[in-house]
Write a new protein. Structure first.
Length: 280
């Protein structure tokens, strides 16, 4: 595949990673359109997400550094018991365990059957409806400081579903957080924080695998790096716009987009215009 495809896919990754619309589904579909039905692959997707998470690090840098510093010094005399940053560090760990375990155990499914466009269409629609219900009827009363261990575990279990293209990491975690009564801002901020270790872990794991097995993917390593850099700069802009949006608006436009896209995919599959599983 050529360099232009890599750049365009990097733009798509940066635009959709933090929106509750599933970046992996959009990467899959963009590859379908640009690359004669070929799938950019789980490896390409995971590596380019490193760029988007670097954007998260920059945007939330003071918060992340404070949490890490407090967590590593929590047993010292200068950190009070019950410090909120220490608690947040533990909550991020709790929420990361489910996706780490599932990502390791379900590698074959992640690269195979779970990338079927039938799954993608269903999850786009189903989880879009769940997001609307949670956003519409959630209590909207809890903030980040109200986060409980059991809530972190539930949100972590929701993040695990992001391994399926079409679910959306931010969509699943936000839906769970909203259903537990957290505000849109709190839901999105925690979704950003727990994505950092999960995405970096998956991205660097796939990067190591790609280095050990060069030539196994659609894109060369150089093209993948370019896509990752592009996704980083686009993501920086997207984060700011999303955080400003959710303070004033609901997630309804994203829900509508998910449902429309899911219906279009089902129609395309039903008429035989596309195949459920594409080659790499």
């Amino acid at each position: 595949m050529d360099w232009l495809h890599a750049i365009l896919l990097g733009i798509v990754q940066g635009l959709t990673e933090f929106l509750p619309v599933s970046s992996s589904a959009h990467i899959r579909l963009t590859g379908l359109v640009l690359m004669d039905g070929r799938d950019p692959g789980a490896t390409f997707t995971a590596i380019t997400q490193i760029g988007t998470e670097l954007a998260v690090l920059i945007y939330f840098w003071p918060v992340i550094v404070r949490i890490i510093r407090k967590w590593f010094t929590q047993w010292g005399p200068n950190v009070p018991k019950g410090d909120p940053d220490v608690r947040m560090g533990w909550f991020v760990i709790l929420a990361t365990i489910p996706i780490a375990v599932a990502g390791y155990l379900l590698q074959d499914m992640i690269r195979g059957s779970l990338r079927s466009l039938w799954f993608t269409a269903f999850t786009l629609i189903f989880f879009g409806i769940l997001l609307w219900l949670a956003d519409r009827f959630g209590r909207k009363a809890r903030h980040m400081e109200n986060l409980r261990p059991i809530d972190a575990i539930w949100i972590g279990l929701a993040q695990m579903l992001a391994l399926i293209p079409g679910v959306s990491r931010s969509g699943a975690t936000t839906t769970m957080a909203r259903s537990l009564g957290y505000t849109r801002t709190a839901s999105s901020e925690f979704a950003f924080l727990i994505a950092v270790p999960a995405v970096f872990g998956a991205g660097f794991y796939e990067l190591a695998q790609a280095i050990q097995n060069p030539g196994a993917e659609v894109f060369t390593m150089g093209q993948t790096v370019v896509a990752t850099v592009v996704s980083f700069f686009i993501a920086l802009l997207t984060i700011r716009q999303l955080m400003a949006w959710i303070k004033r608006h609901s997630f309804l436009p994203f829900v509508i987009w998910r449902i429309v896209l899911g219906v279009v995919i089902i129609a395309a599959l039903s008429f035989g215009w596309v195949e459920p599983l594409a080659g790499n």
